[in-house]
Design a protein around this ligand. Structure first.
Ligand SMILES: *Cc1c(COP(=O)(O)O)cnc(C)c1O
Length: 389
């Protein structure tokens, strides 16, 4: 179901795009250069400024960013990557692409990796720790960096939700992690339609990641054109086609200056949800945002398991009331591919297993109105009353 012009159906997420984005894309179309070129370089420079990263390589998705970062971190056949089951499938897919094996540690009830369990998961084959900042809440990076230093491992952050968040005063993307991966997919904090980036703490990694992203070629077409070089590209490895287009980058250049305003509105809407839902006994609210550090990328409530409300039934009834909701996420050990390949059982990851049927994501996006939050909460309360009968 689409969100209709009268706003009857309320989607769970929606991009916030305006005339600036339309004009930015129109300019690229008129320029005659739509591939990887000056707009990508401009967007990379802006991301570097915004995160404090030593270098940034823009790519076509966060899935690609994770894939290339893991390769650069030494993940491959015979190695293991310690990661979280509570994420979008791409986090583990990127590990699979390299030939490495994902090793899952359980989460806390804020859906972030339980860092106390990481050390026990380390083996001789471990190369990388890959956490996710769920819904924009930074994981305990200090603990992960200490473990990584002690065991000579590399930290690759999946920061798909966390552009704009900070950890101990450092912007995500500018922390001590060697690689931080961002997403600009349609529902993320800013969007380029699809897109991603690898933020690097060691500038020496930039050439390798860029080379992997442009099919293993040492230069790209724009650089050859502007250098008036007639040399055909030199290919040094079988890389991947992961580059960002100037069309996408133009959207990013128009979106990034709006990030703080978007995040402020997300925070306002989240506190509105809290005040509407604080007295609803069936609903467990997410723990309060850590002052300034968190980004409210999603608003995920839990259904109190003692009330035995069927989450999927609840979602269907909300849908009938024209309210979109989401499930973030079905944990990966409950996804057939990972469950079967690695013989994972619910008991292996007890907290994630217990949370799996409880989570419900409510609509949250910067252009949402206060009235729409009230509409969602009224519909949720009315639906919960139906369950009580
Ligand atoms: C969206 C998302 C990704 C994948 O991002 P794409 O840009 O769509 O490839 C990876 N991890 C998490 C946690 C995500 O939410």
């Amino acid at each position: 179901m689409q969100s209709s012009p009268d706003g009857l159906f309320l989607p769970v997420a929606r991009p916030t795009l305006g005339p600036e984005e339309e004009q930015a894309v129109a300019e690229v179309l008129a320029s005659g250069w739509v591939g990887t070129g000056p707009k990508v370089a401009e967007f990379e420079g802006m991301l570097q400024q915004c995160t404090g990263a030593s270098a940034v390589v823009a790519v076509n998705s966060c899935t690609s960013a994770l894939h290339l970062a893991l390769l650069a971190a030494g993940a491959g056949p015979g190695t293991e990557v310690i990661t979280t089951p509570w994420t979008w499938v791409a986090t583990s897919h990127a590990i699979e692409y390299t030939g490495a094996q994902p090793v899952y540690v359980d989460v806390n009830d804020d859906f972030n990796m339980n860092v106390d369990l990481v050390e026990d998961a380390i083996t001789d084959a471990t190369r990388v720790i890959l956490p996710v900042h769920m819904a924009g809440r930074p994981v305990d990076l200090g603990a992960l960096h200490r473990i990584a230093r002690a065991y000579a491992l590399t930290v690759v952050e999946d920061a798909a939700h966390a552009l704009g968040a900070t950890y101990k005063g450092h912007a995500i993307g500018g922390t001590d992690s060697r690689f931080t991966c961002l997403s600009f997919q349609a529902n993320k904090n800013i969007t380029t339609g699809d897109g991603g980036a690898v933020c690097l703490s060691e500038p020496g990694d930039a050439d390798y990641v860029r080379n992997l992203a442009q099919c293993g070629n040492t230069t790209d077409a724009w650089k050859r054109l502007t250098a008036h070089s007639l040399e055909p590209p030199l290919c040094v490895r079988a890389g991947f086609k992961s580059t960002m287009t100037d069309i996408a980058a133009a959207l990013g250049v128009a979106q990034l200056p709006k990030l703080q305003r978007f995040l402020a509105r997300r925070r306002e809407l989240a506190s509105l949800y809290r005040s509407h839902l604080s007295t609803v006994a069936e609903v467990i609210l997410p723990s309060e945002a850590l002052a300034g550090a968190d980004v409210q990328h999603m608003f995920i409530v839990r259904l109190d398991p003692r009330r035995s409300i069927d989450r999927d039934d609840l979602r269907a009834r909300l849908h009938a009331r024209h309210i979109g909701t989401g499930v973030h996420y079905r944990p990966l050990h409950f996804q057939p591919y990972y469950r079967e390949k690695y013989h994972l059982r619910p008991d292996d990851l007890p907290t994630a297993s217990a949370l799996a049927d409880q989570v419900l994501t409510l609509p949250l996006y910067p252009s949402m109105t206060d009235e729409q939050v009230a509409r969602v909460c009224d519909a949720l309360k009315a639906t919960l009353r139906e369950f009580a009968i």
